[in-house]
Design a protein around this ligand. Structure first.
Ligand SMILES: [Zn+2]
Ligand SMILES: [Zn+2]
Length: 414
């Protein structure tokens, strides 16, 4: 449930619309005859929703929120797998994979872990005890080697034990790494390269791809890549994913507690992947994932290809025109955000707003009213924005046209 706090009146300030993406309170202009010239905005503080929530796309597909990289005590995590499913339920995830390091087992003296499927099985049992959450648990494991192949997650596997092709505790070993990837392929798994620009493999923060790693990618043994992992984001990785046609992922790679790593009360969300799927079945989800219908969501920023980020934004952001007052051609337009992520927009014009600068924030599950200048002759009414918290290339933001439905014409059509 979302909690709403007090409504307070404050004096309008120039910076009203320029609110930080992660902590944006909702605001709306007071309506009424004198509203267009009013210098008071109504600020409504909304406690940020913890649960991910996205509408369906215009073509009927759904947006599933998945975290395909997490850990428990069965490798180097700090919680029992049950906690991972509880957190997933709290965050409103559609699917979760617990991906234990196969070769790196620092708790082995306390938790010998002879069966590498154990965390998955415990998570499945846990999810079955809370059917109302609708949480899909996906089998997975983290193949943990030096580069190449580095750390690589295989999900939708049938047996994690078969992916362990060397003795445990030998993550530095290079031998049989390709064998592990070929076994994953034999299990028809989806395989992605984890945190490719982490300090061990990229001390200067810039992605390096050794020839042997490129060969694994060219051979189709690695199909996806994390453009975002926990609190890390790599622009070079985004470009590399575009250049190599790799599926883009965001994951939490959580080891401790989500609530310790993310400022949930402040509106942060764990890093995840949005999958644009035909349905919620494992088959539909896997099919969408493998075909690259994904958007990584990192620190309330959408990262992906235009073909995916575009339809997501079009579903999330809608506009509605109010009535145009007599003796004025300034039109009140309500911008609505039906997602759990705030949107930071730049008005590309040519018409400007008389109550905001060119930068406005539409809060998560909220709306704002912008007063559009000189709208009398506009037909149809469209607003062109750049979505500043979206990335469809390095330094490249999605441009989005919002068609504004007229409240008046909609009423007369009913
Ligand atoms: Zn790793
Ligand atoms: Zn990991």
């Amino acid at each position: 449930m979302r909690m709403f706090s007090l409504v307070v009146l404050v004096t309008c300030l120039q910076g009203c619309a320029q609110l930080a993406v992660s902590s944006a309170p909702a605001y709306a202009v007071i309506t009424g005859d004198s509203s267009l010239h009013a210098h008071e905005h109504r600020h409504v503080d909304v406690r940020p929703a913890r649960e991910f929530d996205f509408p369906a796309l215009a073509d009927g597909r759904q947006i599933a929120v998945v975290d395909l990289h997490t850990h428990s005590v069965f490798s180097d995590g700090h919680v029992w797998p049950t906690v991972r499913t509880w957190e997933a339920e709290k965050d409103g995830l559609d699917a979760l994979a617990i991906t234990e390091h196969l070769e790196y087992q620092p708790h082995a003296d306390d938790i010998p872990h002879p069966d590498r499927n154990r965390a998955y099985n415990l998570a499945v049992e846990s999810a079955a005890r809370m059917p109302e959450a609708g949480l899909l648990v996906i089998s997975g494991a983290e193949i943990t080697r030096r580069l190449p192949p580095g750390h690589v997650n295989a999900v939708f596997i049938t047996d994690a034990n078969a992916l362990l092709t060397i003795d445990a505790r030998e993550e530095d070993a290079l031998e049989n790494a390709r064998e592990a990837l070929e076994e994953a392929k034999a299990q028809d798994a989806f395989v992605f390269w984890n945190h490719p620009a982490w300090p061990r493999d990229a001390p200067d923060g810039i992605l390096k791809v050794p020839a042997a790693q490129q060969a694994l990618i060219d051979d189709g043994l690695i199909q996806g890549i994390e453009v975002a992992n926990g609190h890390y984001f790599s622009e070079e990785t985004l470009q590399y994913a575009l250049d190599n046609d790799l599926v883009m992922l965001g994951t939490s790679d959580i080891h401790g507690l989500i609530d310790y790593d993310y400022d949930i009360e402040g509106g942060e969300h764990r890093t995840v992947t949005l999958v644009l799927t035909e349905g919620r079945s494992p088959e539909a989800l896997k099919s969408a994932l493998v075909s690259g219908k994904t958007v990584a969501l990192y620190h309330n920023q959408f990262v992906g290809r235009e073909a995916e980020v575009g339809p997501v934004m079009s579903a999330i952001l809608t506009g509605e025109a109010g009535e145009m007052p007599r003796n004025s051609t300034v039109l009140q337009v309500t911008l609505r955000n039906s997602s759990s992520v705030p949107l930071l927009l730049r008005n590309l014009g040519p018409r400007r707003f008389s109550n905001a600068s060119d930068i406005v924030t539409v809060p998560a599950q909220g709306e704002i009213i912008v007063n559009l200048n000189d709208a009398g002759a506009l037909d149809p009414i469209v607003l062109d924005f750049e979505v500043l918290n979206s990335f469809i290339g390095v330094g490249k933001h999605l441009q989005l046209r919002v068609s504004v439905a007229s409240a008046k014409s909609r009423l007369s059509a009913e």
